[in-house]
Design a protein around this ligand. Structure first.
Ligand SMILES: *[C@@H]1O[C@H](CO)[C@@H](O)[C@H](O)[C@H]1NC(C)=O
Ligand SMILES: *[C@@H]1O[C@H](CO)[C@@H](O)[C@H](O)[C@H]1NC(C)=O
Ligand SMILES: *[C@@H]1O[C@H](CO)[C@@H](O)[C@H](O)[C@H]1NC(C)=O
Ligand SMILES: *[C@@H]1O[C@H](CO)[C@@H](O)[C@H](O)[C@H]1NC(C)=O
Length: 390
């Protein structure tokens, strides 16, 4: 492989001698100047842009290979460009990657009337076509977030036990995650069984050795019971996504009671962590995210569009004011990383707010694409974490 110096010399020779050769062919001085200028610019642009196009697969393979080979490769920071070429290990400085966590939710939506817009369609959201992307700002772009495709997810979650527990939001989130790893035929049958109301769901994705459980747990007390079971049995998932609040808001409608329940949940999860560190090292550690302690995510409550809620009871109880109080309890319970807790927030509140009320039909459940964005945020958070931890 040519070094940077040799390449530079080669480029200089091309810029110098090609136009001189052309002058030999009786080109005018202006044309020679033009050609050498054009050549110089092309080469300069080429040289500076090449390092910025590492492919997704390079990125992902290098992350998983670097994580499975422990810390051995983390010192090989690529010298010339910082992002490395195909042969280099692509590892961005740990601190830089860590700060990327705060940019994960910087997502922009494009919501347009769909081609077959029909005002008579009773489902408002069907009339709009939505797509999302990470914001095109330099700080977000430097984090190189990726929409992971199926084989990347297979690599990342190979051999993992994934559990999603909570209310109907969590159920849709589980479906969005499965949509990323199963083909459409298989998704059809998943959709049927996963949407049996108020039931649990278990699926094994044999190709990638992943199992996923959805646990219907509408109250924080249900989530706490689940954590207690992990503790008793000394088993716990590699990846755990939990979320609740709406159910409590509708049926109990008492924010301080909700806060008290969250406090208990937080403590039981916190007490699980040291134990998991001890037992996890014996367990089968296969996939690149299967590390000693589970990865914990909290699925935040969505934005509520009060006028669209489908019962009078909901409109009365699930007001913006009450939602704010419930949010405050989540913060006060210190369960989120930001406040020193164990859970990383998947901020469905901001995702649904930014997609807007064209992305919901009942003012509380949003289009699958909103949860898909959440899944991609989670996967990128995992990439960042495994980069740091392993
Ligand atoms: C929605 O957008 C996608 C891509 O932006 C496009 O391929 C598709 O045709 C659009 N569908 C409708 C119904 O407008
Ligand atoms: C998952 O890991 C196992 C063992 O490490 C390996 O044999 C298998 O090919 C991997 N599968 C995928 C889809 O990466
Ligand atoms: C959840 O907890 C509530 C109250 O604590 C209880 O009545 C209900 O049976 C539990 N549901 C499940 C699915 O465990
Ligand atoms: C709300 O819950 C708290 C704590 O459980 C309790 O002390 C209080 O009485 C409840 N408020 C109402 C109005 O029920």
């Amino acid at each position: 492989m040519l070094g940077a110096v040799q390449l530079g010399l080669l480029a200089a020779c091309v810029v110098l001698f090609v136009p001189m050769g052309m002058a030999g062919w009786h080109l005018s001085r202006n044309k020679v100047l033009f050609f050498s200028g054009a050549l110089f610019i092309t080469l300069a642009v080429g040289v500076h842009l090449t390092p910025y196009f590492p492919s997704v697969s390079d990125f992902v393979t290098s992350v998983s290979s670097s994580s499975s080979s422990s810390s051995s490769s983390s010192s090989s920071s690529s010298s010339s460009s910082g992002y490395g070429g195909a042969d280099d290990v692509v590892l961005v400085d740990d601190n830089d990657r860590g700060s990327c966590v705060s940019f994960l939710h910087e997502i922009d939506w494009e919501v347009k009337p769909s081609m077959d817009f029909d005002p008579l369609v009773h489902k408002n959201s069907l009339n709009y076509n939505k797509s999302w992307s990470w914001r095109r700002s330099s700080s977000v772009e430097s984090c190189e977030f990726q929409r992971l495709r199926r084989h990347h997810v297979s690599d990342l979650l190979n051999g993992s036990w994934v559990m999603v527990a909570g209310d109907s939001q969590a159920r849709i989130f589980a479906m969005a995650l499965l949509g990323l790893v199963l083909d459409s035929e298989r998704m059809e049958s998943v959709r049927e069984s996963l949407f049996k109301r108020h039931s649990n769901y278990h699926v094994v994705v044999a190709e990638m050795g992943m199992k996923l459980d959805f646990i219907w747990a509408p109250y924080a007390t249900n989530l706490t019971n689940l954590v207690m079971e992990f503790k008793e049995n000394h088993v716990y998932p590699d990846l755990l996504v939990m979320g609740c609040g709406l159910w409590h808001m509708l049926h109990i409608n008492n924010a301080s009671d909700f806060g008290a329940e969250l406090g208990v949940l937080r403590n039981s999860v916190a007490s699980l962590l040291p134990i998991s560190a001890e037992f996890g090292s014996d367990g089968p550690v296969t996939g690149s995210v299967s590390v000693r302690s589970p990865h914990l995510f909290w699925l935040g409550m969505p934005t509520l569009v009060n006028s669209m809620l489908n019962t009078e009871e909901k409109k009365e109880k699930m007001t913006d004011l009450v939602r704010v109080e419930y949010e405050r309890e989540v913060e006060r319970s210190n369960m989120l990383r930001k406040f020193g807790g164990p859970f990383q927030l998947l901020d469905m509140g901001s995702l649904s707010w930014n997609c807007g009320n064209k992305c919901t039909d009942d003012g509380m459940h949003y289009d699958l694409v909103v949860y898909e964005a959440g899944v991609h945020i989670l996967l990128n958070a995992l990439l960042i974490e495994s980069n740091q931890k392993l």
